[in-house]
Design a protein around this ligand. Structure first.
Ligand SMILES: Cc1cc2nc3c(=O)[nH]c(=O)nc-3n(C[C@H](O)[C@H](O)[C@H](O)COP(=O)(O)OP(=O)(O)OC[C@H]3O[C@@H](n4cnc5c(N)ncnc54)[C@H](O)[C@@H]3O)c2cc1C
Length: 448
């Protein structure tokens, strides 16, 4: 028996460790460890390094790119027991956490101390803060606060040889050379296992104004966003667009109707917070009234109370029900410049309907951060490939990305060249070779 197999503290190999939300399964791991401290992670990794055992890192397993899916015989290091909120500095608004803390628990702990953790996404109840950092997660408030990278001040990680890099700085500015945090964030567990983080908090959002807009013309959406950004500035927190077919299905599955424009081709959910005590309800109403007058949009509704706001968001957050209903479904998270987005969606939708006429093809996303999600399903294995080919072929040459927030994982690595040029891939490969020459950490993710 190898030393790794003699290490204690492991869990049985339950089916839940075999896959993430992508549904991909590759093999059965040999061992699953659920350490409780950085030192325990380091001890497991040191043994794996000596014995050249491959490691798969797992957070909350809500990823949709197959990054946390183990191969046959892997050692799985699952962070779910490293879930402590270690410290909150209520003066500066800084929190220190273990990487396995669930996002929602981080949000709630911050709010309990009068602060807010700004990253928010539909998987908040299960995804972990370490997984959010490893994928540089985005979510619904990126338009105001940026992606995960902008909310992390410092990280601690275990490298592929078991050494610990502790860079839990609390400083916003630190111009003393290369910052490990920026190499580890978004590296999808290929450069190190993130074990602890210091997070930047913000004052809580207050007095939200939430509106719904419907239109038949996609081109109106970036124009309206432009106006909102210029007029509301910092107050604009979310600008979530959804296609007509998405809304029809979400309404059917949740029993919730859109407030206006049930048959419109496009819908947008807008959220704006008050600034310095000034509500954005009226400014938002004024902007939408002007857009209606100029026939830029067809209809709009501003939520009158919290119940309305919740019902608007319920439709946007129907993704789990939609993915279950359309299973097996392709889920893509592309990024494109605003000016390219309308024509891109038209081209891709036409081709998807031609090649996969029996599947539903839904478009939605966070337009403010250039992010489009495509959900196509149900589709078989060939259909999944067809969706990738169609969507990624149309992306070439448009300055876009194959992943704006979910990561490359195992499922998108064949298309990496669509978003990264040879110099960028060479840079990533050299980093990987320098930090993990034996290729034991999350090998086969991002590139082979
Ligand atoms: C309903 C739903 C809605 C979603 N909405 C969004 C959204 O709006 N925005 C968005 O960005 N994503 C979204 N996602 C995708 C997913 O929630 C994010 O990618 C999330 O950041 C993954 O976190 P996780 O802890 O579940 O990671 P996992 O799925 O467990 O892992 C993801 C990747 O990170 C690596 N990893 C995990 N933990 C660590 C660690 N501690 N150290 C190093 N590597 C690690 C894994 O090896 C894997 O490569 C959504 C998913 C679902 C199911």
């Amino acid at each position: 028996m190898n030393t790794v197999d003699r290490l204690t503290g492991d869990a049985g190999i339950e089916d839940r460790f075999l896959s993430d939300w992508s549904g991909l399964q590759v093999g059965r791991p040999a061992r699953v460890f659920r350490p409780t401290s950085t030192e325990e992670v380091a001890a497991i990794v040191r043994q794996c390094h000596q014995e050249k055992r491959r490691i798969t890192v797992q957070g909350g397993l809500t990823g949709v790119a197959g990054g946390a899916v183990p191969s046959e015989g892997d050692v799985v290091i699952n962070l779910e027991r490293m879930n402590r909120i270690e410290d909150i500095d209520t003066l500066e608004g800084i929190m220190q956490v273990q990487a396995g803390a669930v996002l929602q628990e981080v949000q709630e702990a911050a709010l309990a101390q009068g602060w807010m953790f700004a990253i928010d996404l539909g998987a908040r109840g299960s995804c972990q803060i370490g997984g959010n950092a490893a994928t540089n997660a985005g979510g619904i408030r990126v338009v105001r606060y940026g992606p995960m990278r902008d909310s992390v001040l410092g990280v601690e990680a275990v490298l592929a040889d078991g050494s610990i890099v502790s860079s839990l700085t609390r400083l916003v500015k630190n111009s003393t050379g290369i910052d490990p945090r920026h190499l580890l964030i978004g590296s999808e567990g290929t450069l190190g296992i993130i074990t602890r983080l210091t997070l930047r908090l913000h004052p809580p959002l207050q007095d939200m104004a939430v509106a719904w807009v419907s239109t038949d013309h996609f081109d109106a959406l970036p124009r309206l966003l432009h106006t909102l950004k210029r007029r509301l500035g910092e107050a604009l927190c979310a600008y979530e667009f959804m296609s007509g077919p998405y809304i029809k299905l979400a309404s059917r599955l949740t029993g919730q109707q859109p407030p206006v424009g049930a048959d419109a081709a496009w819908h947008v959910l807008i959220e704006a917070a008050s600034i310095a005590g000034h509500s954005m309800q009226e400014p938002l109403q004024d902007i939408l009234a002007a857009a209606l007058d100029s026939e830029e949009i067809q209809d709009s509704a501003v939520a009158a109370n919290l119940a309305h706001q919740t019902s608007f968001w319920r439709l946007r957050e129907a993704i789990p029900e939609i993915l279950t209903h359309l299973k097996p479904a392709a889920t893509l998270d592309l990024g494109l410049p605003w000016k390219e987005t309308g024509a891109y969606i038209q081209e891709v939708e036409r081709e998807l309907q031609r090649r996969l006429p029996n599947a539903e093809h839904l478009f939605l996303g966070h337009l403010g951060d250039n992010n489009i999600h495509i959900i196509s399903g149900p589709v078989d294995e060939d259909g999944l490939h067809a969706v990738d080919e169609i969507a990624y072929a149309a992306l070439r040459g448009k300055g876009g990305t194959i992943s704006a927030e979910h990561g490359v994982g195992r499922l998108k690595k064949d298309y990496l060249s669509v978003s990264r040029n040879p110099g960028e891939v060479m840079f990533m490969r050299r980093l990987k070779e320098a930090l993990d020459p034996a290729g034991i950490l999350n090998s086969g993710r991002i590139f082979d």
